[in-house]
Design a protein around this ligand. Structure first.
Ligand code: TXA
Ligand code: MG
Length: 387
């Protein structure tokens, strides 16, 4: 019989089960949200009160929770790197693809032994020269490191940061701390606690605010698990700097160009081109006045079509442009300034509701390689030539 009463009767049990399941999920989500009040705590290690903040952060990490903290590159989202469940939480909070492995952070060289199977003489020399600092190294891993932390790889990325707050938290926790950049997956890495709050408030247990990250771009990654060390991500420690210590270093060729399905970067995370603000970003290359002319013409056309246009300029060029928002990255003579301001500026364009951003480009020499790598990713490798 298909009369409505019988149909209803028949379907009642399923409906009730479904309704209950929905209610349970809703309750659970509400509970989680209630429980997940993110603590935001400022820390200044010169003040005695900072000990309490560090201890709270360490306790949360030991209990399997998530704490964002500053490093000298960008803010990291930390969890116990030896605990699969904590690593899983990191992926969930960031919305990160599970094939993109995490970096384990240590606060003493001795801790390396616990997680890494072998250290080559070259790796040892790089550690002596650049740790603590903005250098991540890829080693063969030990079994204690869970597959969740390494995306199933048999290697593990390790970094010994130089930021005093990061070091104090890791030391107090007494654990290797898995910490990707503390942004929502796909967004520019956070260089301020406020950026972390914007992306992850309510999704993590604590944010330790230690001020602006000094370098502002993520660490250099070098793979020292093979015979010739290879740079998988450019950063503050440049190819030239490493070559002075250990001789020839290769660069993963796939990081210099737009990644494709059959030309994949060796660091899984480097294959994602969008790293970017909501606005569409275009890079404009060429001689300074030609770049300004081209950008102004493009901006005028977009504005006529009702778009809000931003220009990412420099101290030297910012007066050459006509657009809705013109932001300077700093002086061309100081690449470290450009690097430190890049992610903050991309986030600001989003905050201001800009639809299209045109950016100048920079030299790829030395630390410029890291700047151009991140700019190219933000722009999805769209480069326009100014005549
Ligand atoms: O400066 C930094 O490195 C920051 C701070 C917080 O330390 N962290 C950071 O982590 O940038 P994340 O997760 O955003 O980037 C880690 C990169 C990804 O591209 C990932 O694919 C790569 O490291 N990676 C991690 N383990 C790897 C492995 N075993 N082999 C190759 N690449 C690896
Ligand atoms: Mg990241």
């Amino acid at each position: 019989c298909r009369c409505s009463r019988h149909l209803q009767e028949k379907s009642i049990p399923t409906i009730r089960v479904r309704a209950e399941a929905v209610k349970n999920i809703k309750n659970a989500a509400a509970e989680t949200r209630k429980a997940m009040k993110t603590i935001v705590a400022k820390v200044d290690l010169r003040q005695a009160s900072s000990a309490e903040v560090i201890q709270t952060a360490a306790k949360i990490l030991q209990e399997g929770g998530l704490v964002a903290f500053p490093t000298e590159t960008v803010y990291g989202l930390g969890g116990n790197g030896l605990d699969s469940a904590a690593c899983e939480k990191i992926y969930l909070a960031k919305g990160r693809p599970s094939d993109n492995p995490l970096i384990l952070h240590i606060s003493e060289i001795e801790e390396l032994d616990r997680i890494v199977a072998e250290v080559s003489p070259q790796a040892k020399a790089l550690m002596d020269a650049f740790w603590p600092g903005p250098l991540t190294m890829i080693f063969k891993k030990k079994d204690i490191v869970p597959a969740k932390a390494t995306g199933g790889l048999d290697t593990v990325a390790v970094r010994f940061p130089n930021h005093p707050v990061a070091r104090a938290i890791i030391r107090a926790a007494g654990l290797p701390i898995a910490a990707p950049s503390a942004n929502s997956s796909g967004k520019p890495s956070p260089t301020r606690a406020s950026h972390v709050e914007y992306d992850l408030n309510g999704k993590i247990d604590m944010i330790v605010d230690g001020g602006a990250a000094e370098w502002g771009l993520e660490s250099t990654i070098v793979d020292v698990s093979g015979t010739v060390p290879m740079i998988l991500r450019p950063g503050a420690v440049t190819k030239e700097m490493m070559e002075q210590v250990i001789g020839p270093v290769e660069i993963d060729p796939a990081i210099l160009h737009k990644p494709t399905a059959d030309f994949k970067p060796k660091a899984p995370g480097m294959k994602y081109t969008h790293y970017s603000p909501k606005a569409e970003v275009f890079l404009v290359k060429g001689e300074q006045t030609a770049v300004a002319e081209r950008i102004n013409a493009l901006a005028a056309a977009e504005r006529a079509a009702g778009k809000k246009v931003g220009v990412m300029a420099t101290e030297e060029t910012k007066t050459l442009y006509h657009a809705d928002i013109i932001l300077s990255l700093g002086s061309r003579a100081k690449p470290e300034e450009i690097g430190a301001n890049l992610f903050k500026t991309l986030r600001k364009f989003d905050f201001l509701g800009v639809d299209v951003v045109y950016s100048e480009v920079f030299s790829e020499k030395g630390e410029g390689m890291a700047i151009m790598n991140r700019l190219n990713k933000a722009a999805g490798y769209r480069v326009l030539e100014a005549e």
